[in-house]
Design a protein around this ligand. Sequence first.
Ligand code: C5P
Length: 241
Amino acid sequence: MPQQGKQLYEGKAKILYATDDPTLVIQYFKDDATAFNAQKKGTILDKGVCNNRISAALFAYLESKGVRTHFVKQLDERSMLVKKLEIVPLEVTIRNITAGGMSRMLGIEEGIMLKPPVFEWHYKSDALSDPLINDDHIIAMGWATAKELSAIRAESFKVNDALKAFFNDRQLDLVDFKLEFGRFQGSLLLGDEISPDTMRLWEHGTRNKLDKDRFRRDLGSVEEAYKEVLRRVLGESQVCR
Ligand code: C5P
């Protein structure tokens, strides 16, 4: 069992700690919530617990579908052991239904089905609010190679197919989500987290939002939404806080 070492990094929603194994780190999930590039700040009670458990379950599910991830195991309520990645400074977004940034950028209403799904690259930069970029920006800037981009793109669509089916079985529509990838011993692995902080989930039929938009847009019942997603991810038989 790797021992927790010094803090390596504190982000908006997570803290990374070293372990006595240089290839592994501990990812700790906080209750802190930010939106609109940290202009809005708050706390969502037990969000860290929900996101840790949801991410652990989704990483394990994706591994079972052949997606290689940084996930090693869940350690406790708020932390998981993960492989230490050299993060590629890109955020991938896949959109199945219009919402959020795409609706704003193009002036289109939310809730329109996108066929095929829309794939976006964003440059990971808080200072620049993660701008939308294309393959040429990435290759010209040396952030990743053309080969890496095609591997990440293919893997992201595999994740979309797997997660869409997973949530469909749980009466949730996967509207969109964000992924991050990193390099580990010569291969690319899916990193970061997969949680209601990083995806939009709408209840099938009612389109009730069960994700961070409840916090961003002051819709109320924020904690309940995270707990409901956890309940659906783990299944009815699992007790959650
Ligand atoms: O805001 P936007 O519509 O571009 O977000 C698309 C998806 O990516 C949403 O599910 C959102 O929660 C997620 N996202 C994220 N981190 C960001 C930006 C967006 O997890 N920095």
